[in-house]
Design a binder for this molecule. Structure first.
Ligand SMILES: C[S@@+](CC[C@H](N)C(=O)[O-])C[C@H]1O[C@@H](n2cnc3c(N)ncnc32)[C@H](O)[C@@H]1O
Length: 332
């Protein structure tokens, strides 16, 4: 039995098998199971630390790596602003920002699809002697919380792995109190990573991986773990044409070769999903030097920051729910 609050219906349980004749429901159900299994077996960021999982060194190393690679992540959240606020984090991962929200005086609820992420986050809090946080397991498409409950919903790198992102954003809107804020990071479609690296470079690389010379070359050029490259090679062997399918390229080249689902959004498509919010601002961030083999690591920080702000992979959305209810809302 889970030690966390588990929201019903549990994914993979009987409650979602209501329509055996509807193949779309079955496909959706199967995909959700795959997504959950994937994240259960590979908790986000956990590979960035060599220390044993759940030790103080583990959290220290992964936070060091996280905030070194994502230089603007902490400053753009402004944790102090949310002291005393009710905060929900969707997809807590290893709890890095969760710890910072609590240290800044926020009342924090960690929410995740997986037991693994909640357990890693809970252990982090226990080691740091941070009390009062809540841990809830469930699916972001059906948030198990009352309406108008939170001052902030924060979600970093999660909603592009949820099949129905638009529905999840409606859920975020519902659980926010009037005037409450959402801070969400989604993968950015009009980015160098999507338009150049995935569309072109990764396609070529996939073809290279079909022979051992190509595999050795790929290791030298991209410095990726051999195990990961071999898994890509294996997938290519089973589906030789899969490098032509953009959705498969996106899934396999964002969070690991076995990742079942990733999506990428333009500012326009993200804006559409957030249209029920009153104020919506967006910012593009994050540049990975490995996207430019050979010269990426030689670029001055200012050039990197400039590339990140125009062609970065992370689209941050800062949105606020309307303060007032209008007559038209009442009627609907
Ligand atoms: C890429 S990790 C991001 C974790 C963390 N926010 C970070 O930035 O490191 C994705 C996380 O979202 C969770 N997740 C995926 N689908 C979800 C869903 N439908 N509902 C809630 N959490 C979900 C996964 O279990 C995983 O912990």
């Amino acid at each position: 039995m889970s030690k966390f609050v588990v929201a019903a219906p549990a994914i993979g349980g009987t409650a979602q098998k209501r329509s055996p004749h509807c193949s779309r429901t079955r496909v959706g159900h199967e995909l959700k199971k795959q997504i959950r299994n994937f994240w259960e077996n590979s908790p986000c960021d956990s590979g960035f630390s060599k220390a044993p999982m759940g030790t103080p060194a583990f959290y220290r190393e992964l936070d060091e790596h996280r905030y070194k690679s994502h230089r603007r992540l902490q400053s753009c959240i402004e944790f102090q602003r949310f002291a005393g606020s009710q905060i929900l984090e969707i997809g807590c991962g290893c709890g890095s920002e969760g710890e910072r929200f609590v240290r800044a005086g926020g009342h924090y609820t960690a929410f995740d699809l997986t037991y693994a992420a909640l357990s890693i986050t809970e252990t982090r809090f226990r080691l740091a002697k941070l009390r009062g946080a809540h841990f809830v397991q469930g699916d972001a498409e059906d948030l198990p919380f009352a309406s108008n409950r939170f001052d902030l919903v924060y979600s970093h790198g999660v909603l592009h792995h949820v099949p129905n992102t638009a529905k999840t954003i409606l859920e975020i809107h519902r659980v926010l109190r009037p005037g409450g804020r959402a801070i969400v990071m989604l993968y950015h479609r009009n980015s160098f990573n999507y338009q150049v690296n995935l569309r072109l470079v990764r396609r070529v690389r996939s073809r290279m991986l079909t022979n051992s010379l190509g595999l050795t070359l790929a290791r030298r050029i991209w410095h990726e773990p051999e195990e990961e490259l071999r898994r890509h090679a294996e997938l290519m062997k089973h589906e030789p044409d899969s490098h032509l399918d953009m959705q498969k390229l996106l899934n396999r080249n964002t969070d690991g070769p076995d990742n079942p689902l990733s999506q990428a959004f333009s500012k326009f498509s993200a804006g559409e999903m957030f249209r029920q919010f009153s104020k919506v601002e967006m910012e593009v961030m994050f540049w990975n030097p490995n996207w430019l083999p050979g010269i990426g690591r030689l670029l001055p920080r200012t050039v990197e920051d400039c590339l990140a702000s125009v062609w970065g992979w992370h689209l941050w959305i800062f949105a606020q729910k309307h303060h007032l209810r209008f007559a038209s809302d009442e009627a609907s």
